[in-house]
Unconditional design. Structure first.
Length: 150
């Protein structure tokens, strides 16, 4: 078993507008690692308005590691030696083609090396884009990544 682990703690996609602030709702991915052998199927959060029966169904973007061949972020060697651990929450704009066109740190782990490793990995990952009325659309997505020494 590896001496460290990098995993996703959960994720949410707050908004479809690039300048909007994120919503705290969690979609609950709960995966051990973005590259885990088993592809966990996350609960998909769908949004419809009760006041408007004609509202469009919205499905949030998803990041399913094994299915999309996304490797976990590498644990920086110096961070491992220094015992640095933490959770980085990233905010990414996932385009309709499943790529992250913009990724930024929403909440830092407190360690720059861990934050940079998570950012670099998330920029290269592929995602299942969110949909509105069945059509892929770009949306913001909150992606917590946990660096944990074991």
């Amino acid at each position: 078993m590896a001496a460290n682990e990098t995993r996703l703690a959960g994720a949410s996609a707050p908004d479809t507008t690039p300048g909007a602030s994120p919503v705290a709702a969690e979609a609950g991915l709960g995966m051990r690692s973005p590259g885990a052998a088993e592809a966990a199927t996350p609960d998909t959060e769908q949004t419809t308005s009760r006041a408007d029966p004609g509202a469009q169904r919205i499905e949030l973007p998803r990041q399913i590691g094994a299915y999309l061949s996304n490797p976990p972020p590498p644990y920086p060697p110096l961070s491992r030696r220094l015992g640095e651990q933490g959770q980085v929450t990233l905010r990414a704009f996932i385009d309709a083609d499943g790529t992250a066109s913009r990724v930024e740190v929403l909440n830092s782990s407190g360690f720059d090396r861990l934050d940079r490793a998570a950012l670099a990995a998330a920029k290269d990952w592929r995602y299942l884009p969110g949909t509105r009325a069945g059509q892929p659309v770009g949306m913001w997505f909150n992606l917590p990544v946990v660096f944990e020494l074991k």
